[in-house]
Design a protein around this ligand. Structure first.
Ligand SMILES: [Zn+2]
Length: 204
C-alpha cells in the first residue's frame, strides 16, 4: 500500500491518497483537485472516506466525488455538521446539503470499497461525527489523534467525556501507524503514550 499526503487549502489539513495495486482511496478532501489527480497517477479512485465534517477536511468532497465518480463514506452524524456552518467552521458560510453520493456509516463497521477492506471505528469527542478508519494495519484518525496530542474538545458537538471513551476504544486496537488529520504520522508505541497522557488530562 502506498500513501501520499497532500496539503489541504484550509489549516493545512491532510488529504491522503492511499493506493493498492491499481485502485486509490481518498481520505478527507481538503486539497486541490489538481493535486489529487496528480497524486493518483491515473489509477482509479474507488471511494472517499471523510474522517469528520469540519470544513478543512470536507470542503472539496463533492467536487472530488463528482470528478472521480465515486461515493463518499462518512459517519451518519456528518449531515448535521455539513449543513451547519457553525458546526463545520466553514470560513465563508458554505454548506454541503447534497448527500446523493454519500454512504453513511453507523458506528463501528467493516466496509469494503473496491479492494480495500476498512474497519470503521466511531470515535466522537472532537466532533460527534468522527470516524477513524483502519486499512490493513494503518489507522487514519482524522482529528482524534495527532502526533503530539488529541483533537480539540471545545468545539460545537465536542465532548471531553466522549473523547475519553474514544481514546479507550483506540487504545485496544493494534495498529502499526497513525495518519492524522494534521501534521505527521506516528507509530503505535508513541501513540500508546500519547493516549495515556491525554486520558489522564481528559479525566480531570
Ligand atoms: Zn476537526
Amino acid at each position: 500500500m502506498e500513501i501520499k499526503k497532500l496539503h489541504g487549502l484550509v489549516l493545512d489539513a491532510n488529504e491522503y491518497v492511499v493506493r493498492k495495486d491499481n485502485e486509490c482511496l481518498l481520505i478527507d478532501c481538503g486539497a486541490r483537485l489538481d493535486d489529487v489527480i496528480m497524486a493518483t497517477g491515473g489509477k482509479k479512485v474507488v471511494g472517499i472516506l471523510l474522517t469528520h465534517g469540519h470544513y478543512d477536511h470536507s470542503l472539496n468532497c463533492l467536487e472530488q466525488a463528482k470528478h472521480f465518480d465515486c461515493k463518499i463514506y462518512a459517519n451518519e452524524n456528518i449531515k448535521d455538521t455539513l449543513m451547519d456552518p457553525e458546526a463545520s467552521y466553514s470560513e465563508d458560510g458554505t454548506i454541503i446539503d447534497d448527500f446523493s453520493r454519500f454512504e453513511f456509516i453507523e458506528g463501528d463497521k467493516k466496509v469494503k470499497v473496491g479492494r480495500f477492506i476498512i474497519d470503521c471505528y466511531y470515535c466522537p469527542g472532537h466532533s460527534n461525527c468522527c470516524e477513524c478508519y483502519m486499512i490493513d494495519d494503518l489507522l487514519f484518525a482524522g482529528d482524534v489523534l495527532f502526533e503530539n496530542g488529541v483533537g480539540r474538545t471545545d468545539l460545537k458537538s465536542s465532548s471531553r467525556e466522549k473523547m475519553y471513551n474514544s481514546l479507550c476504544k483506540l487504545e485496544k486496537i493494534k495498529f502499526d501507524k497513525v495518519y492524522s488529520g494534521h501534521g505527521n504520522a506516528s507509530d503505535y508505541d508513541f501513540q500508546m503514550k500519547n493516549i495515556s497522557v491525554f486520558k489522564r488530562f481528559l479525566s480531570r
